[in-house]
Ligand binder design. Sequence first.
Ligand code: FDA
Length: 310
Amino acid sequence: MLALGRQFFLWASENKWLEKQLTERAFTRRAVQRFLPGESLEDAVGASEVLRERGIKSILTQLGENVSEGHDADAVAEHYLSVLDLINERQLDADVSLKPTQFGLDMGLDEAQSRIERIVRRAGSLRRLVAIDMESSAYVSTTIELYKRLRSEHSNVALCLQAYLHRTASDVVSLLPLSPTIRLVKGAYKEPGNIVFTKKRDVDANFLRLAGTLLQEVKQGNARVFFGTHDPRMISGVSERAKKLGLKKNSFEIQMLYGIQGETQARLASKGYVVRSLISYGESWYPWYMRRLAERPANVFFLAKNLFKR
Ligand code: FDA
């Protein structure tokens, strides 16, 4: 039943008709506010300032994907340059995270690379990190190639890898010679069963296996690692493995989404873990929000509750 719900919302995330219907409805807009401090950059910056007071760092990301016009992708790049300047001006403890298809990856790797590299350079001059999100499996090879190119020139770039993909263990091996910075997540897209672990327990086991490998590399000084998860079992599994390796609590980051497990985020930060909250903003929230609904039935009940609010 749960798996069916997940499949439905992943299907809905790609359905343009449903997108038009739902984004116009007030109840959806109200429900999405739980995960989105607002649609504007200023809303995201305000949320980052509040988090900073709770000892939580942040990552800013403007929602949007599969941009198909060069001038629109250029505008996204300009926007992120201004985000970095604002982060610097307001002295936020914040990085940025980017989706390659928002920078024109569908028009070619070189196109996306040149736009993203401008952002990486500006971020480097301001001592900030640029994380590259991982999108659906059709983009994994090109996104890894993009990361390898960027990482060979710049140290301030991170790459997200997804534990649900069978290929990820070998991708980690191929990335290690670059001393990578990796954000490990479970994976959020609708994928064919032959390339992913389909059972949650297998995804979890692979997440912890990959976490172990990456933490070993952290210990050797050969990688940095962030764990993007709200799952208490993953978080305790990761911290136990780190402890066994003699790593300090601050030798990795725990990253969560804004609006999810807020109390846990604050508690972990107060215990000495480095916690970073990913704050999304912008108008193109529909596919992203559907993926959040796919992740957790409670989010669907929250949406349903808003249906009856005035
Ligand atoms: P999972 O969904 O397996 O749930 C396990 C447990 O975690 C639940 O039982 C509950 O206890 C807790 N939990 C999970 N979601 C919760 C919620 N909404 N509210 C309360 N508790 C909850 N994906 C991707 O494909 N590419 C990417 O680039 C990224 N980037 C990214 C960055 C960051 C910072 C995060 C946190 C996540 C991503 N993701 C992602 C999403 C990721 O792949 C995954 O879909 C979600 O994090 C959900 O998986 P979890 O590991 O959180 O737990």
